[in-house]
Design a protein around this ligand. Structure first.
Ligand code: PEP
Ligand code: MN
Length: 360
């Protein structure tokens, strides 16, 4: 974790940027009980949802304004900093009135540039820290765009939260982790701290530890975890909330990876492996280049003969064959399929570019 990224946020920072608290504030007693159980354990702030943007109407939609007063009371009593999700300007105004220590924009809101802009407009002139959850769909442009809108409003304390992405394919998790997205965000915006929300990725309490550890191994700056004094009775996201005890023992058992650590012998071996990987990547790219050249020739031939670019039977044969072969090399079916789809897409792009060029 890079402390510089959280400089001047006015929030405590111990081993990692640690956030915990219920999915939703449900009653004053529940908020206070959670705060009492969590204080003294290195939290950067306590979370609780006040306005809940549920996917379907009819679910619990949050207690609204009175919840802010409960959180404020928990802060006064325990000294914990407090933060909540905002989805529209009136939420931001209420939070500013209560002097919340930090805000975040949820996954359904970061999907909508109008909403993010409206929030950014109200925040103009303040310097409240704001975290931006990834949008529901795996669109890095929307995620970065939301961060840029806040930065353009003059905010300087901006972070990101990876909470996974809606997927119809993912069976194990509620939201697919799709780690390449937060890794790409880190590459594109290296100064923006990024924390992981394993609760919304997992959807089930028992999976949270694994994803939290994976986030640490991928050098995330922190975690936001849903914690409820009595998860089965929770009014939202009951299956994924941990008890304070479960949360604290999970955090204690996390191993924190560090960039650039290791003995000279380890680094030596690592660089040996890296050389092999670099070499293999070079060969893969050379082979892909050769494959595309052939595909382009084929495209010209198809065009001359008036044959369509897409040949569904041939494509089906390729998929079946490559998946089978890939599995033989211990590659997962999903990976081979995705790889072949990318290659095929590029091949079609090349063939079509030629055809369109030929049309005068
Ligand atoms: C939440 O944090 O409780 C929440 C609604 O999360 P998300 O925006 O990630 O769905
Ligand atoms: Mn939740």
């Amino acid at each position: 974790m890079d402390e510089v990224k959280f400089k001047d946020w006015g929030l405590p920072l111990e081993r990692i940027f640690l956030v915990a608290g219920p999915c939703s504030a449900e009653s004053e007693a529940q908020v206070l009980e959670t705060a009492r159980a969590l204080v003294g354990h290195g939290l950067s702030f306590m979370r609780a949802g006040i306005w809940k943007p549920r996917t379907r109407p009819g679910s619990f939609e949050g207690v609204g304004l009175k919840g802010l007063a409960w959180m404020d009371r928990a802060r006064t009593e325990t000294g914990l900093k407090i933060g909540t999700e905002v989805a529209e300007p009136s939420h931001v105004e209420a939070c500013l009135e209560f002097g919340l220590d930090i805000l975040w924009i949820g996954a359904r809101t970061s999907t909508n540039p109008f909403s993010v802009q409206a929030i950014a407009d109200v925040l103009k002139g303040t310097d409240v820290p704001v975290l931006v959850k990834n949008p529901m769909t795996a669109d890095i442009g929307l995620w970065i765009g939301a961060i840029e809108r806040l930065a353009n409003a003059g905010l300087t304390k901006i972070g990101a939260i990876h909470r996974g992405f809606g997927s119809t394919l993912e069976m194990r998790y509620r939201n697919a982790p799709n780690w390449k997205m937060p890794i790409e965000l880190k590459r594109r915006l290296p100064d923006i701290p990024i924390i992981c929300d394993p609760s919304h990725i997992c959807g089930k309490a028992e999976l949270i530890h694994t994803i939290a550890q994976e986030a640490m191994d991928l050098l995330f700056d922190g975690l936001m975890v849903e914690v409820h004094p009595d998860p089965p009775s929770a009014l939202s996201d009951a299956a994924q909330q941990l008890t304070p005890g479960q949360f604290l023992s999970m955090v204690e058992s996390l191993e924190l990876s560090r960039e650039k650590s290791g003995s000279p012998a380890f680094l030596d071996r690592l660089s040996g492996f890296r050389e092999s990987v670099d070499e293999l990547d070079g060969r893969l790219l050379e082979l892909l280049g050769q494959r595309m050249d052939i595909v382009q020739e084929m495209g010209r031939l198809k065009a001359e003969q008036g044959v369509s670019t897409l040949q569904p039977h041939r494509w089906q044969e390729i998929v079946d064959d490559r998946v089978r072969k890939g599995v033989g090399f211990e590659l997962s079916e999903g990976f081979v399929l995705q790889l072949m789809q990318s290659i095929h897409e590029e091949a079609i792009r090349r063939q079509e570019a030629d055809r369109v060029e030929g049309v005068e």
